[in-house]
Design a protein around this ligand. Structure first.
Ligand code: SAM
Length: 234
C-alpha cells in the first residue's frame, strides 16, 4: 500500500517511519511512503505558498495554486489515489475508517498549515476529510500520521500477529480487557489469579467481564452499543 504525504514539512513526518513496526513494513515492501512539497509547485519566484485571507481575518491561508498543481500532478500520475484532507472541522476519524481505508491501494494525506487551506482546494480535490479530535493543532502532519498508523495496522502483513487486531478495543464496542506482563507479582501487586491457572475458557469469561467493567467505567456509551447489538443478534 502506498501513502503520499502532501506537506510543507516532510521532516516532521519522516522520522515516524524510521523505527519499529512501520519501518519493518517498509523494508518488507508492504508499505511505500512518498512526499510531495506544495512549495515545489509554487509559480512564485520565491516559492510562496500562503497569503493573507481575502475578506480579512487573522493569519495566513495556504494559496490554491501550489496545491492545485501538486494535486493535479499526483492524480495524473496515480489514477487510483484516494485524497484525504486533515481539518479540525470534519468528523472524527474512527477505527471503522481505519479498517475500511486499509483496503485502498494508495492514500494521500494533505496537511494544512497556518490558518488552513483555501476552501476551493478542499472542495475540488478531497475524497474525504477527517479531524482527529476537537482541538487545534499547528498543522495536519501529526493528524495524518495518526491516521496513517491506524490504517497501516490493518494492512495485511504489517503486524507480526494479526490476532492482535481482532481482540483490540473498539472491535466489538468493548474496550480490551486489562493486560499484564511478567513478572506475575510485581512490588506485591499480583495479576488476577485466574489468568495463571491455564483454564482458557475461564480466562475468556473473566476477560469478557473485565472488558465490560472497563468499558462501563471509561466509555459507558460504548457498553450500551455493545448490549444493544448483542440483544439484536439474539
Ligand atoms: N483556522 C483553522 C480553524 O480554526 O479551523 C485551524 C487551522 S490549523 C492551525 C492548521 C492545520 O492543522 C489545518 O489546516 C489542518 O490541516 C490541521 N489540523 C489542526 N487541527 C486538526 C485536527 N484536530 N484534526 C486534523 N487536522 C488538524
Amino acid at each position: 500500500m502506498k501513502f503520499t504525504f502532501v506537506t510543507l514539512f516532510q521532516n516532521i513526518v519522516e522520522g515516524y517511519f524510521q523505527d519499529s513496526i512501520l519501518k519493518r513494513a517498509i523494508e518488507k515492501d508492504i508499505l511505500h511512503i512518498e512526499y510531495i512539497n506544495p512549495r515545489d509547485f509554487s509559480s512564485s519566484k520565491h516559492g510562496k505558498v500562503d497569503d493573507t485571507a481575502v475578506g480579512g481575518g487573522a493569519g495566513m491561508v495556504m494559496n490554491p495554486q501550489p496545491l492545485y498543481d501538486a494535486l493535479n500532478d499526483l492524480k495524473i500520475k496515480n489514477r487510483d489515489v484516494h485524497l484525504i484532507f486533515l481539518t479540525p472541522v470534519a468528523k472524527s476519524f474512527r477505527q471503522n475508517d481505519a479498517k475500511r481505508l486499509a483496503k485502498k491501494s494508495h492514500i494521500a494525506f494533505v496537511s494544512g498549515r497556518y490558518e488552513g487551506i483555501d476552501e476551493r482546494v478542499i472542495e475540488k480535490y478531497a475524497d474525504e476529510v477527517f479531524s482527529i479530535g476537537d482541538y487545534i493543532l499547528t498543522g495536519g502532519e501529526l493528524a495524518s500520521l495518526v491516521i496513517c498508523d491506524a490504517i497501516s495496522r490493518n494492512v495485511d502483513g504489517v503486524l507480526g500477529n494479526s490476532d492482535s487486531l481482532t481482540i483490540e478495543s473498539f472491535e466489538t464496542n468493548l474496550l480490551e480487557a486489562p493486560s499484564f506482563s511478567k513478572p506475575e507479582n510485581y512490588e506485591n501487586n499480583g495479576v488476577p489469579s485466574e489468568y495463571l491457572k491455564g483454564n482458557h475458557s475461564k480466562i475468556r469469561s473473566l476477560k469478557l467481564a473485565l472488558s465490560e467493567c472497563k468499558t462501563k467505567f471509561f466509555r459507558p456509551e460504548q457498553l450500551l452499543k455493545h448490549r444493544t447489538r448483542k440483544s439484536y443478534e439474539k
